[in-house]
Design a protein around this ligand. Structure first.
Ligand SMILES: Cc1cc2nc3c(=O)[nH]c(=O)nc-3n(C[C@H](O)[C@H](O)[C@H](O)COP(=O)(O)O)c2cc1C
Length: 242
């Protein structure tokens, strides 16, 4: 789960749910993230039940069951593996899953983990309402591009049809400003507030966010930017590649 910065109004429970549901990058061998595979498995297990349940009430109860499943991962802490999960479902979430999910909920679906313009377009065509550029903090697969390096490509491919968000390696207010300049509607952070939490609990997490907000404000003042909704792309320049 990330914490959002920027003018987007989509930083809500909806996004939180969507983020965990549409998580095509999560793999069963990521031992640090047991919750997301449990959601995927719940999708499969609940799908059949949903099919037998008609109407909006059925859809809503299905989603709440998914939320509940976040608290009880189908992952064995004792054996530290996903053998059980592997045996009962396919963890690959495809564009077809996105299309299917759009038929059972009115909630906006956000595709998280998008790292190319091509995938962004596929996600939009599958019914996603926003694109979340992320490498999941670079914690899953090495040899992938950083999220900031592909942001422009994704924004260009999306071409104004949806909001684009970004996370991954955002550590300073200038990082936030750069992402907004390159077209992100909102910027998220993952580990920084967790580190603050580890050091000083809720106060520590709040402090990290306050530091980021103050740094963003200062960076805007020193750059002559008065509105987070109007950050010029020209703020970002690229060093010549040798
Ligand atoms: C402990 C931990 C668990 C995470 N679990 C998930 C997850 O289940 N699903 C997901 O999409 N991203 C997950 N992430 C990635 C974050 O949502 C986010 O994309 C990433 O942390 C942002 O990068 P940053 O930590 O550099 O700010 C996790 C990150 C951490 C640190």
């Amino acid at each position: 789960m990330g914490v959002g910065y920027g003018p987007s109004r989509c930083l809500s429970w909806d996004l939180h749910v969507s983020q965990y549901i549409i998580n095509h990058e999560n793999r069963a061998d990521n031992r640090e993230c047991p919750r997301a595979p449990s959601v995927v498995s719940t999708l499969c297990l609940q799908r059949q039940r949903y099919d037998q349940t008609a109407g909006k009430a059925g859809r809503e109860s299905w989603l709440f069951e998914i939320m509940d499943s976040l608290k009880t991962p189908l992952w064995s802490a004792e054996s530290n593996d996903y053998a059980f999960l592997d045996s009962i479902f396919d963890v690959t979430v495809t564009c077809e899953y996105i299309q299917w999910i759009t038929t059972i909920t009115d909630l906006p679906i956000v595709a998280k983990g998008v790292l190319s313009g091509v995938d962004a377009v596929k996600a939009l065509e599958s019914g996603c309402k926003a694109i979340y550029v992320s490498s999941h903090g670079g914690r899953q697969l090495d040899a992938i591009p950083s999220s900031i390096s592909v942001l422009s490509e994704v924004v260009k491919a999306v071409n104004g049809r949806a909001e684009v968000y970004l996370d991954g390696g955002v550590r300073t207010g200038t990082d936030v400003l750069k992402a907004l300049a390159l077209g992100a509607r909102a910027v998220f952070v993952g580990r920084p507030p967790l580190y603050g939490l580890a050091v000083a609990g809720e106060e520590g997490a709040r402090n990290v966010l306050t530091i980021l907000r103050n740094e963003l404000k200062l960076a805007m003042q020193l750059s002559g930017v008065t509105d987070v909704e109007d950050v010029p792309q020209s703020l970002v320049t690229y060093a010549a590649r040798l």
